[in-house]
Structure formats: C-alpha cells, structure tokens
Design a protein around this ligand. Sequence first.
Ligand code: LLP
Length: 436
Amino acid sequence: MKEFICDNLSVNEQGHLCLAGVDTVALAEKHGTPLYLMDEGKIREKCRTYVNAMREAFGVNALPLYAGKAASFKQIYRIINEEGMGTDLVSSGELFTAASVGFPLSKAYFHSNNKTDFDIAYAIDEGVGYFVVDNVEELDAIDRIAGEKTVKQKILLRLTPGIDPHTYEAVATGKVDSKFGSAIETGQAEQIAKYATELENIELYGFHCHVGSQVFDSDVFLSASEIMLDFVALMKKKYGFVTRELDIGGGYGVRYRDTDPTINIAANIKLVAAHMQAYSAKLGIDMPAVRMEPGRSIVADSGMTLYTAGTVKRIPGYKNYVSVDGGMADNPRYALYKSPYTVCLASRMNSPAPTFNCTIAGRCCESGDLIQENVTLPADIVRGDIIAVLTTGAYNYSMSSNYNRLTKPPVVMIKDGADYVAVKRETLEDICKNDI
Ligand code: LLP
C-alpha cells in the first residue's frame, strides 16, 4: 500500500495495522476472527460533516437522514441520534432496532418499494415521521390504515427523475425503468402526486429521489435536483401545491482502493445547495427543506474486517488462493458486484514489498465465494496470519447471512483508544435458536 486509503489507518512499531490508533492484531486475539471493527470517532466525524454542511448550505431546516441499510444495529442508532441525524429505514426490523434505543421516530423516513400492511400499521403505531411512498397501491394502503387509526400520515412521494448515475447496475435506482418510485417522464409522478393531495388521511409533504450509490461527483445531484425542482414548480403552478420537503437521496462514494478519488463532501453539499438555490430562484419557487440520505459515506471507512489466514494454496501455472475464516456470509459484495477492496496483511505490514499474487477466498462451499481477486501479499504468508479487508463498514454486516450455518462475526467499536463490543458474536446455539 503506497499510502493509507483513510486517515484512521496506521502501522505501529510491531508492524501491525492499527485502526484509530488501536492494534488490530491485538483486537483479533482478544475478540477472535472473523471480526468487524468500526471506528466510532470516524462515524461521528462523518455525521458532523453532513449535519454542519447541510445546515450551513441549506439552512437550519435541512436534515441528513442516515440510511440504515448500510449498517443497522442498536449502537449505530444511538450514535447517529446523538449527532442529530434523522434516519432512512426500509423495514419493520430496522424500525424496531431504532425504536428499541429510543431513536426519535419523528425523524424516521420509512422507505421500501413494497411495504406490507404489517409494516404500515406497525410504523404508524410506533409514530414513524414519514413514509416515502413508492406507488399507488401503497398510497391507498397507507391512507386506509391511517384512517383506521385516525391518523393523518405525513408522506413524501418517491419519484424517478430518469438519471443514469454511471455506477454499477445493481445500485442505480433513479432511471425511468427502475423498480423504485414513479417516473416524472411518463406523467405517473404527476398523477400520483395529485391523487395524494386528495386523500383524506395523507398529508403530502414533498418528494424524494435517489439516483445511485458510490458516486464521486455532484453531477447526478445537480441534474436530479433540477428535474425535481421543475416538478415542484409544476405542482405549484398547476395545483397550487406547496412542497415543504425535498429529499435528494444518498450516494456519495468512498475509497475502497487508493485509485478511488477522495471526495470533499462538505464542498459538494455547498455546490449542490448553491445550484438548487439559484435554480429555485429562477423558477420563482421557495426552496423546500432539504433532506439527504447518506449511508455508505457515513460508515464505510470507519470499518474493516479481520480474518485469520488458513490454507495457502498454490496451483502452479494457474493461480494462488489464500483462504480465510469468513467469506461471502460476512461480505457478499465481491460475489454480488465484483466490488473492489484493499486487502493487507495486518500482522506483518512492514514485510518486504509484497510479491505473492493471490485470490482471497472464503470458506463457503462454492467457487464464487471470493472476497477479492488479484491481491498482492507477502510471499511468506502462512496459516495464522491476520488479514485485513479495509472499508467494510457499509453493506457488510447489514448484508451478512448464516450461509453454511456460519455464525455472524461481532461488531467491535473503537472509541478513544479503547474497544467495546457493539454486536456480540453469534454462538452455535444462536444458529439453531428458531429451529423447532
Ligand atoms: N436512500 C435510498 C433510497 C437508497 O436506496 C440508498 C441506497 C441510500 C439512500 C443510501 O445510499 P448510499 O449513501 O449508501 O450510497 N448493497 C449495495 C448498495 C445498495 C444501495 C441501495 N440504496 C452495495 O453493497 O454496494
């Protein structure tokens, strides 16, 4: 590694990789592997970046909503609540987790393209602030259930602005043919918006869009916000509807490798705000209160995963494998998206220049269970070495499974030079706890 991809990484005198100043090899010994580590200070720093930049750029009514799908467990909600963030949640499970630590659900926005009647009733009972409504069937269901509960339910409508975010297909969500939202281009957005204003138990607050994930510039936010503001202007002109909130989604990227750019989030937010303010003035409309929904950029680079190396398999003339004690069950992202990661030998960071080209393989029973291909590690890597996969704070724990009945690793947080367990390691008993 020429330079560290994040400023919370360093190497100590023993040549061990450190996260937030703490020796990761010592943490692997203490907590076992596989092990998710997260740097609480980095999460808080990222929350503050969004909270402060949005307040400064958009005004005091602006609010960043942490997208819990990136990493959802109780301690995350405590942290983001203390930092003054709202949350974007997508299931009753995420809502339950947030509610169980007293997260103020008035600042929760319930997404998903297919909320069940159970989700809707449960969320209303718990006092969810908003639903971000995807489609007409869902709108009708919310109106009906809110009516039964004599509640007037606040909502945003999810619209698709028809933008291609130049990211990988699985995370591009703002295109006209997306499974999410109602398209502006086809006129469906206008139809559903007009209809929402007519429903008795619904209070339409505004509109939402989310264009994509792992994006590195603000172009998509600039073009999406123009399309959304045009829509806001249309709704005002045609129906006299005043939009109170506009949610422009999440998506800023993080550095998985040193070839990825560094993004200045505060500067980008200022750019987007200036653009939206100028564009609103041009359209002659008031700027609605703005929401953004960062997930990855809040938690990704706070995290890393530690594994213990097992088999080192050399297939002469073909390829080399280093198998680790985790795999697609704790990180399915390479198997799903061929996602790049930086991998290093945490236990011997000062080894002479790495020359051993290998594939980091998981321990699950299928060939596609790889963590990363084309990794270069020191040639003397052996069973027992500690391997670190960097930038795993987002979409790893949250996408983990018990495939092959593997137990999920714990999440250990680092705070002020000390470590604490935020999520316990699953036990073998946990694996069977719902079996009859
Ligand atoms: N808001 C909405 C409506 C979203 O759909 C998403 C992500 C976010 C916010 C947060 O976006 P972020 O800031 O994290 O980019 N599992 C994939 C990522 C899927 C993202 C889906 N939506 C991965 O591992 O890369």
